[in-house]
Structures are given as structure tokens and as C-alpha cells.
Ligand binder design. Structure first.
Ligand code: SF4
Ligand code: SF4
Length: 162
């Protein structure tokens, strides 16, 4: 996977960029516009790396929505499709392909997918400040072409020197 090679190569630099950005001013609206442009050009249905690689946290609201969508009782849904973890709380179960709801490259519960999936990769949309969300980005750039290309474009936009 080429994105993995690129992302690994830039991982350290992406960490430095994240720290650099905290100390410099930038126009958040402009950075988000750059990311939106990148998102518009990338076909997530040809990728689905996030659904394969990342774990997916589910809130109570997500679980209720998914259970309803699947026509299941909440308790049955929680038992069959989720697992409680120490680090991350309740997450969707996974199999050898990644998320339990991934079919090929597509999400089989797309209309009712968890809120975090709707916001992913948490660059244009997300909770908390843009800077606080950057914490995960060097790791995400290893598998997500949107994140990798965004960080590279932001480096150019902000005048960051490698
Ligand atoms: S890893 Fe990134 S580009 Fe790939 S499907 Fe997920 S959000 Fe889209
Ligand atoms: S619920 Fe759907 S969008 Fe979310 S990780 Fe699973 S397959 Fe991907």
C-alpha cells in the first residue's frame, strides 16, 4: 500500500509539523477549505482503509440508531456487534477485514453509521478545536490519503519548512 510507505516516511515530520502549528498562527477557514478540496477529489469507496484499520467507538445514541436500522433489540445489537474495551469504551466488533459492517469497500449500515464515521477523518468536521484534533493525524496519515495530502498541502500553505 503506497500511502502507508509515504505516511510512514513523513510520520516524524508530521509530528514536528503538528507541534510547529501550535506555535504559529494560521487561518483555520483556509486550511479547512484546502482539506475540503482534497476530500472532494478522493473517492472513499475506492479506499475504505479507515474501516479496515481504525477501531470505531460507539455512543449510546449510535447504538440505538444502529439497532433500529438493523431491526434488532438494543441488547442484542450490543451483544452481537459491539465490545466493551478498557481504553476506548464501547467499539464496533471487528473481523479479519476490519469493521464488522464493512462489505467489500462499502459500509453496510451507511445511513446509520456512528457519528465518528460521519466526521472521519475529523479535519473539516469534528469536535474540539482543529489543533486538538491534530493529535491523531500523523498516525492517520499512514493509512488515509485525505490526511496525508492535507498535511502536505497545509505545510505549503503555512510556510512550514521540513
Ligand atoms: S482512509 Fe481516508 S480516504 Fe480512505 S476511506 Fe477513510 S476517510 Fe476516505
Ligand atoms: S460503521 Fe461503516 S463507516 Fe463506520 S467503520 Fe464500520 S464500515 Fe466503516
Amino acid at each position: 500500500m503506497q500511502i502507508r510507505r509515504f505516511g510512514e516516511k513523513e510520520r516524524e515530520d508530521n509530528g514536528r509539523f503538528r507541534a510547529w502549528l501550535r506555535r504559529h498562527s494560521f487561518v483555520e477557514r483556509r486550511l479547512k477549505a484546502i482539506t475540503q478540496d482534497i476530500e472532494d477529489k478522493i473517492d472513499c469507496t475506492a479506499c475504505a482503509n479507515c474501516c479496515r484499520v481504525a477501531t470505531t467507538q460507539v455512543t449510546d445514541k449510535d447504538s440505538e440508531k444502529l439497532a433500529k436500522f438493523l431491526g434488532a433489540k438494543l441488547g442484542d445489537f450490543l451483544r452481537d456487534y459491539t465490545v466493551e474495551t478498557e481504553d476506548e469504551g464501547r467499539i464496533l466488533k471487528r473481523n479479519e477485514n476490519g469493521c464488522v459492517f464493512l462489505e467489500g469497500n462499502l459500509c453496510s449500515v451507511y445511513e446509520a453509521r456512528p457519528h465518528t464515521c460521519e466526521l472521519f477523518p475529523h479535519l473539516v468536521k469534528g469536535t474540539g478545536s482543529l489543533l486538538s484534533r491534530l493529535w491523531h493525524m500523523p498516525d492517520r496519515a499512514v493509512y488515509c490519503p485525505i490526511v496525508y495530502n492535507t498535511l502536505e498541502a497545509w505545510k505549503v500553505e503555512t510556510g512550514y519548512k521540513k
